[in-house]
Design a protein around this ligand. Structure first.
Ligand code: UD1
Ligand code: CA
Length: 456
């Protein structure tokens, strides 16, 4: 059996945060989730996650994932270190299993690399194999020390390294493949005799070597995959690489991204072919964008479903649905629970909340539509306000098909404008407007001839 042990019990001191390190997000998902996914996609049959600091939050966050948690005791009276973390799973390791060890703070690792590592490990009949990479700046990472023949001798931590060793560029990824039996026997021999007073899993390599076992290093194709997150600076670095990966995937699938460097698409987002995404756009959560859309500059769309051929400019849309061929913005705001049909225009400075709007309706400028059911072919004039709140409760407004709401009108909810009802500009509507009728609800104009001259 192939299993993984994912280490996520550490304190994450260098993040300087109240949030457990592995729950910090990269492109919208917790760091640890990427590692779990890579492990599962590499067909590792059982995935053990070692938790300690922030255990409760981590367990809660991943309660629906098919993983097995094991708790590492934390506190002054307990040892610490990656080796001690792996020891917590020792009872789960079978003699004949292949064990992949992963660190919960390296989200860029891919399933493909894990599979290649396992393949290399088996092909070379190794007892232990470490995944390594050549980094231009390996500061902070463990270094791989090899002998003159190029055989791996040991892994030395940055804090324990001599000046000579610090110059080595080959870096420990923190990802290993071990034969179950060999790992178990070596784990019993590691000590905490080092600069940090910690039990290092990296010492297993030396122990196996001394026993005369076969130990190897598999050098990764793309060194960027091994970057770990210890600080927020590294968090931003990984975010940049992940963003690039996500954007590349979309571009290869037929989406135009004008400037990928400042387009922020979370990994869960789906976009249809031939859509064009302009700079400054943020697409998050379970957002789905259809085909042939133009998502304009500086738009933010969260957990929303956008149809085909929709155009959105400089606008914010949250938890809403927008049908085919709608145009939104610039500077429109769809707040949660809006459901827009097809061919609708929501123009500049229009805010919509918790409302349905039927096909072909328009609110082209400066309106507030809240808690409303608007039919098809309705025209909502400039400056119209759906007055939905009396300071205590909210009420709904219904505007039926083909009604016309003149500019600068107030519809005081609860109220209904029936089919083809026509509200004169500047009206304050408190009663039902019946089908096909005109409603004028404003003071009459009075003209006082010569008034100005008389006043002077
Ligand atoms: C570790 C490696 C280093 C490697 C680097 C790669 C060791 C000793 N060092 O250093 O060689 O280059 O990762 O990113 O392994 N953890 C526990 N329990 C503990 C301590 C840590 O579960 O008691 C977990 C942490 O939550 C973290 C992971 O193990 O996810 C790695 O620990 P961290 O302290 O970040 O190790 P590094 O100093 O980065
Ligand atoms: Ca780390």
């Amino acid at each position: 059996m192939n299993i993984s042990i994912i280490l996520a019990a550490g304190e994450g001191t260098r993040m300087n945060s109240n949030v457990p390190k592995v729950l910090h997000k990269v492109c919208g998902r917790p760091i640890l989730e990427y590692v779990i996914d890579a492990s599962k996609n590499a067909n590792l049959e059982k995935n053990y996650v070692i938790v300690g600091h922030g255990e409760k939050e981590i367990k809660e966050k991943f309660k629906d994932h098919d993983i097995i948690f094991k708790t590492q005791p934390i506190g002054k009276n307990y040892p610490y270190g990656t080796g001690y973390a792996v020891m917590q799973a020792i009872d789960y390791i079978e003699d004949n299993s292949n064990v992949i060890i992963l660190y919960g703070d390296t989200p860029l690792i891919t399933d493909k690399t894990i599979l290649k590592l396992m393949e290399y490990h088996k092909k070379n009949k190794n007892n232990g194999t470490v995944l390594t990479a050549f980094l231009d700046d390996p500061t902070g990472y463990g270094r791989i020390v090899r002998d003159e023949k190029g055989h791996i001798l040991k892994i030395v931590e940055d804090k324990d390294a001599t000046e000579e060793e610090k110059k080595l560029k080959e870096t420990n990824s923190g990802i290993y493949c071990f034969n179950g039996k060999d790992l178990k026997s070596a784990l019993k021999k590691i000590d905490n005799n080092n600069a940090q007073g910690e039990y290092y899993i990296t010492d297993v390599i030396t122990i196996l070597k001394e026993k005369g076992n076969r130990v190897g290093a598999y050098i990764i194709d793309d060194p960027r995959e091994i970057h770990g997150i210890n600080s927020r600076i590294q968090l931003a670095f990984c975010e940049k690489i992940m963003r690039e990966r996500i954007n590349h995937k979309h571009m290869l699938e037929g989406i135009t991204i004008i400037n990928p460097e400042n387009t922020y698409i979370e990994s869960s987002v789906i976009i249809g072919k031939d859509s064009i995404i302009y700079p400054g756009t943020i697409l998050t959560g379970d957002t789905i964008v259809g085909e042939d859309c133009i998502i304009g500059e500086n738009s933010r769309i969260e957990n929303s479903k956008i149809g085909n051929k929709v155009e959105i400019y400089s606008s914010t849309i949250t938890e809403s649905k927008v049908g085919d061929r709608c145009t939104i913005g610039p500077y429109a705001h769809l707040r949660p629970n809006c459901n827009l049909g097809k061919d609708i225009k929501i123009g500049n400075f229009v805010e919509v909340k918790n409302s349905t709007i039927g096909d072909g309706s328009k609110a082209s400028h400066l309106a507030y539509i809240g808690d409303a059911d608007v039919g098809e072919g309705v025209n909502i004039g400039c400056g119209v306000i759906f007055v939905n709140y009396n300071g205590h409760s909210k009420f709904r407004t219904v505007v039926e098909d083909n009604a016309f709401i003149g500019s600068n009108s107030n519809l005081i909810a609860p109220v209904i404008v029936r089919k083809r009802g026509y509200v004169a500009a500047g009206s304050t509507i408190t009663d039902e407007v019946s089908e096909g009728s005109l409603s004028i609800a404003r003071a009459r104009q009075v003209n006082k001839d010569g008034w100005v001259d008389k006043k002077r």
